[in-house]
Design a protein. Structure first.
Length: 221
């Protein structure tokens, strides 16, 4: 046991990863070509700063979720497309960071970009911010499509994390191209064992997720 712990310590130092709780894995260890840009690791998000608990741009999910994503990625390649993930497992401390931000009504620096039509005081009422997140259970992903050759994201009709009806799946103000892109993503994910969320075109949760009632708080590192 002693030597195993020593090995795990040096492994985490060398590869920059910590030991994960049982049932969780690093997605890129299973899907090497999966594009990952964790928006909460940097400043390109509605808060405008790195979010508590995000210490590395590494996607962590339950193993079942990663295996389902791997099948979806394989199917997409036939169309010359791939997956890009904005967020996966999200520690509770990150959710708490969102809550503190939402209660600070004076901080509206990124309102014009992320929530132009919503008053910040209404973000809880409109259910854009919550005290609990499905992401914290480890089987939810925020995801989009990219062109495999250019690595550019497909036009989905709104930016990621836009708080407004433009992000709703049934939003009617889309071009034919935007609607087709959303349809490809929705069909793909539903066919590979995920359920969607009507207010966020990017949000999917694995059906029969392994930890439906557990909210984790280990860091993303």
């Amino acid at each position: 046991m002693k030597y195993r712990l020593i090995f795990l310590f040096f492994f985490s130092v060398i590869f920059g990863h910590a030991q994960l709780p049982n049932g969780f894995v690093y997605a890129n260890n299973f899907i090497s070509d999966l594009e990952v840009e964790l928006r909460y690791f940097g400043t390109n998000n509605f808060v405008g700063q790195p979010i508590d608990g995000y210490k590395n741009n590494c996607l962590i999910l339950t193993k079942e979720t990663v295996l389902a994503l791997k099948k979806a990625q394989k199917a997409l390649k036939k169309k010359g497309l791939g997956l890009k993930v904005y967020d996966g497992y999200r520690p509770q401390r990150a959710v708490n960071h969102f809550i503190r931000w939402a209660k600070d009504l004076n901080d509206t620096i990124y309102k014009a970009r992320f929530y132009p039509d919503i008053n910040k005081k209404d973000l809880f009422k409109e259910e854009y911010i919550a005290t609990r997140s499905g992401h914290t259970k480890g089987s939810t992903v925020d995801i989009t499509l990219i062109d495999l050759k250019t690595k550019k994201e497909l036009d989905m009709g709104s930016i990621y994390d836009f708080f407004g009806i433009q992000s709703w799946i049934n939003y009617q103000g889309l071009t034919d191209k935007q609607k087709n892109n959303r349809d490809i993503l929705q069909t793909l994910m539903l066919q590979h064992g995920f359920r969607n969320y009507q207010r966020e075109w990017w949000h999917f949760t694995l059906r029969n997720e392994p930890f439906p009632n557990t909210y984790f708080d280990f860091p993303v590192e």
